[in-house]
Design a protein around this ligand. Structure first.
Ligand SMILES: Cc1cc2nc3c(=O)[nH]c(=O)nc-3n(C[C@H](O)[C@H](O)[C@H](O)COP(=O)(O)OP(=O)(O)OC[C@H]3O[C@@H](n4cnc5c(N)ncnc54)[C@H](O)[C@@H]3O)c2cc1C
Length: 645
């Protein structure tokens, strides 16, 4: 075995599908050059879609609407329970309804800058172009976006921008958008064009002759393991933030589908969201987000004096530090998430944090209530306030909310080309599962935009090209030796997990790994800390395989087995995340290396050395992976030190 830190560097990875020419014409050009599949031939093609969140739901519905035969999977009991349902605050689109200076170019610019110059210009521009179509599509489906008094769709602002371009449905935008995608999906299920497999988990990928041709999946109710075949496989399985154990993600969000052999890009780019309900103790298995939209009207502050433990109401105005407004007067409380999170950590590290353990800052609505009236605040944020009150038993209309940063989103993911195809031909990745559009930091309200852009618009256009060029005249069957091999490997892994019969639960290992990741690969990272993590993770993995206890058998409903199998993947992915963070000896966006900061404590990029996306090739458990670099070129938004002051 080679030490992880001794990784090798391989050939650069090239996005062969990326068109050239003026950035605003590239998407049209690619769509025109891509081959089409004749409508009558589409029904002869089967596409597997793993996931039914906003990305997978919209992709499955659209592909079936186009005439393809779709076989779709999710582990929930219904597609409409995918994690996307949790999204609260809104979805961006460059509609410029407010006439406040917005445009496709500005959304493009904000996103490239917000991602700290680690995203591809071509992809981001396409995203900005498609954003306007998404809103039309969803309105046509009946998604009940908030409207203003004149009847036009209402918008609000999110971090890192100075225009109001976020469309929303109260604090339940994800739910309403998902209902739109789900009804489109249901229509196709009823029409027989989609074969839906809920409560079924993809465990492995079937690659025949170098092309993705199917998956191995387990029925979570009966435990039965089956194989499914297709002409192409689309992974829309969401993000991997649960590596950290505590995060705002749904409990079962995991990395299993994306951890199956394709190159993995920028795994260390994790988003820590500044406004989450602070953790209260060891007992917690999940954290709760308070939407960024609250920063439109809530003001963030801490006491000026260290250790000031008076209740908020007793701290006079001149003894409060509205630190974001003070340090970043142009953007104030709406600076991007990475900046707001680090600022919160800094004031807490200084001893000025509030609440138990000093791990919190105030998000205060007193001014907003005085200015707008309680009714208006309730109309905008009511469900979020109710949620906060139910969790903390404090009334945010009376006392300020307490918030603290928490893991929320993963910008890294499977490396994909402009067509959203991974390094395995025929394997596509969309939504949070890929790495494509957000660089080193995602701006608020842009995950929903990307998921729906990928699912409704990009993938349905680009997958045609692959299917037209790869007609797959040979069908793959369960008897194929490769299929038998993958199936046997999957079954062996589960049997091994059941056979250890140790004395520790999957959860105890997951928690231990998560705490290590939060401490050493979380909000601030150092060379020595990351090396320590790289030493420790293989030890935890070793212990896992000696001491894991999974009761029951495989041929039944067995949540312990599900969990243990996911932890196996987390233990491998976590190691890669730490290596990626170690090798990237610069700070950018959400990746903050303490050794690389400006005199003001902001992230200092090193463009000459690290102006690339890092695509990692897995070479086996515990073996050093291979790094393939994709150079990033900026022709339109020139890299500068980000400034939100
Ligand atoms: C609390 C919260 C609030 C948010 N608010 C916003 C917001 O306001 N605006 C915004 O833009 N973004 C927001 N986000 C981010 C956004 O919600 C997500 O990035 C986005 O919904 C991800 O969508 P997705 O379709 O890629 O994946 P998901 O919605 O996570 O769906 C994943 C799907 O894959 C399936 N799946 C996964 N693994 C397997 C497997 N192995 N086998 C079978 N099926 C599998 C699941 O069953 C599920 O159907 C928020 C996130 C959180 C946590």
């Amino acid at each position: 075995m080679t030490s992880y830190a001794d990784y090798a560097t391989g050939e650069p990875v090239v996005d062969a599908k990326a068109p050239d020419g003026p950035v605003e014409e590239r998407w049209d050009k690619r769509r025109f050059e891509a081959k089409l599949v004749n409508p009558a031939n589409r029904r002869k093609h089967t596409v597997i879609v793993v996931g039914t969140g906003l990305a997978g739901g919209s992709a499955g519905a659209t592909l079936a609407e186009q005439g393809y035969h779709v076989v779709q999977f999710c582990y929930q009991d219904s597609p409409r329970r995918a994690h996307s349902i949790a999204a609260q605050g809104g979805i961006n689109a460059a509609k410029n309804y407010r006439n406040d200076g917005d445009s496709i170019h500005r959304l493009f610019y904000d996103t490239v800058k917000g991602g700290d110059f680690r995203a591809r210009e071509s992809n981001v521009h396409r995203l900005a172009q498609i954003s306007v179509e998404i809103i039309d599509q969803c309105v046509a489906q009946g998604v009940p976006f908030a409207r203003e008094y004149g009847g036009l769709l209402d918008t609000r602002s999110f971090g890192g921008v100075q225009v109001s371009r976020t469309f929303y449905a109260r604090g339940q935008t994800g739910q309403q958008l998902l209902l739109g995608a789900y009804q489109a999906l249901s229509r196709q299920i009823a029409a027989g064009n989609i074969e839906m497999h809920p409560r079924t988990e993809m465990l492995d990928l079937i690659v025949v002759d170098g092309k993705a041709r199917g998956i191995v999946a387990r029925d979570l109710v009966t435990g039965r393991i089956d194989t499914y075949f297709a002409d192409a496989v689309v992974l829309a399985s969401g993000g991997y933030g649960n590596v950290f154990y505590l995060s705002t993600n749904a409990m079962n969000s995991n990395a299993t589908a994306i951890w199956r052999g394709a190159h993995f890009a920028n795994p260390c780019f994790t988003q820590i969201h500044p406004t989450c309900v602070p953790r209260t103790g060891e007992h917690q298995s999940k954290l709760t987000l308070m939407s960024e939209s609250l920063r439109n009207d809530g003001r963030i502050w801490v006491p000026k004096a260290k250790g000031d433990d008076r209740p908020a109401s007793r701290i006079p105005e001149d003894e409060r530090d509205y630190y974001l407004e003070r340090v970043y007067p142009s953007f104030g409380n709406l600076v991007p998430r990475d900046i707001a999170s680090r600022a919160a950590k800094n004031v807490c590290d200084e001893g000025r944090g509030v609440g138990p353990g000093g791990q919190g800052v105030y998000l205060d609505f007193a001014d907003a209530i005085e200015r707008m009236g309680r009714g208006a605040v309730e109309a905008k944020y009511g469900n979020l306030f109710d949620m906060y009150q139910r969790i903390t038993d404090e009334d945010p209309y009376e006392v300020p909310m307490r918030i603290y940063p928490a893991v929320h989103y993963t910008m890294g993911g499977l490396w994909v080309d402009y067509d959203l195809q991974t390094t395995i031909p025929g394997l596509f990745a969309i939504g949070e599962a890929n790495f494509s559009d957000h660089g080193a930091n995602r701006l608020g309200a842009s995950a929903l935009m990307q998921g729906l852009a990928d699912g409704y618009f990009v993938l349905p256009a680009t997958i045609n090209d692959y299917l037209a060029r790869n007609p797959h005249h040979q069908t793959v069957t369960a008897e194929h030796p490769v299929v038998q091999e993958v199936l046997a490997e999957t079954e062996d892994r589960l049997h091994l997990l059941l056979a250890v019969d140790g004395d520790r639960t999957p959860d105890s290992f997951h928690r231990e790994l998560g705490e290590l990741m939060w401490e050493l690969c979380g909000m601030a990272r150092t060379d020595s800390g990351l090396r320590k993590a790289l030493e420790r993770i293989p030890q935890i993995r070793d212990e896992f395989w000696r001491r894991i206890k999974v009761p029951g058998v495989g041929e039944e409903f067995n949540q312990s087995l599900e969990k243990a199998n996911r932890v196996v993947d987390y233990l491998e992915l976590a190691e890669l995340m730490c290596l990626d963070a170690l090798h990237r000896a610069e700070s950018c966006g959400g990746h903050f290396r303490e050794e690389s900061q400006t005199p003001d404590g902001e992230a200092a990029r090193r463009d000459d050395e690290f102006g690339y996306a890092a695509a990692w090739e897995f070479t086996g458990t515990g073996e050093a992976p291979v790094l393939h670099k994709e150079d990033l070129v900026f022709e339109y938004v020139h890299p500068t030190q980000r400034s939100y002051a």
